[in-house]
Design a protein around this ligand. Structure first.
Ligand SMILES: [Ca+2]
Length: 237
């Protein structure tokens, strides 16, 4: 007996609706599982000791150009034998000890000969400093200015990163508590370090975690492949 065309049409619609209801649950799980299994999405956590300066920078490995790195950092450390405690963005994690009282927010912040002087007050939110007035000079990363409102100034004790193997001052960028960072075209290794001009008296370590978000084209390819797989399995049953 022939099945009426109208029933065939309804049957197809029902099958399509069931298929659509089935896909989101399975595909999201499959996509996450496959991306994790292939290493496209995986969280890695590393310790960043405060004594790691620019000469001992940590190599986090090679990352594909165009991918995004989602980074988060936590913990506190000490830059000068318990007198200068900082957070991953270089803000103060405790009251500074003498002679580092200038690191407190609102304290007098000295001028440095030959450089923009700012207004002489430490305007860094949460305190901190990008110059060691006790004698060690500028940190290795960030703009050389005592204008503490300048966003290009990077504080001592901050986690900084670079995609350059032999970086100069301007090649470093602030990682701080983290964020999303784009890997340059062609791909590169990411190096991280703690911004300080004298590291041997530093103590403690930050914790840094990162996840690689693959290029949108890779996600699209994997997603298309899974949808194709889903269709194939559906029809095969
Ligand atoms: Ca130090």
């Amino acid at each position: 007996m022939n099945t009426p065309l109208t029933e065939l049409g309804v049957g197809w619609k029902l099958a399509a609706m069931k298929s659509l209801a089935w896909r989101p649950r399975c595909l999201s799980g499959l996509l996450a599982a496959l991306l994790t299994a292939t290493g496209l999405i995986a969280q890695t956590t590393v310790s960043v000791p405060l004594l790691v300066g620019d000469s001992g920078k940590i190599d986090l490995g090679f990352f594909t150009g165009g991918s995004l790195l989602q980074i988060s950092a936590s913990g506190t450390g000490d830059l000068v034998d318990s007198r200068y405690q900082t957070n991953p963005n270089g803000s103060m994690a405790g009251a500074p000890g003498a002679p580092y009282l200038f690191t407190a927010a609102g304290a007098a912040y000295g001028a440095v000969s030959g450089f923009p002087s700012g207004d002489g007050i430490n305007r860094f939110v949460g305190g901190g400093a990008n110059y060691d007035f006790s004698g060690s000079g500028w940190m290795f990363a960030g703009k050389q200015t005592t204008d503490t409102t300048d966003p290009a100034a990077i504080r001592a004790g901050a986690i900084v990163g670079t995609f350059i193997a032999s970086p100069s001052r301007g090649d470093w960028f602030l990682i701080g508590y983290g964020g999303t960072f784009s890997v340059p075209a062609g791909g590169a290794n990411l190096f991280v370090a703690v911004n300080d001009s004298f590291s041997p008296d530093n103590h403690g370590a930050y914790s840094l975690s990162f996840t690689v978000v693959p290029e949108p084209s890779v996600v699209a390819m994997v997603g298309a492949g899974l949808i194709g797989l889903g269709c194939f399995r559906r029809r095969w049953r």
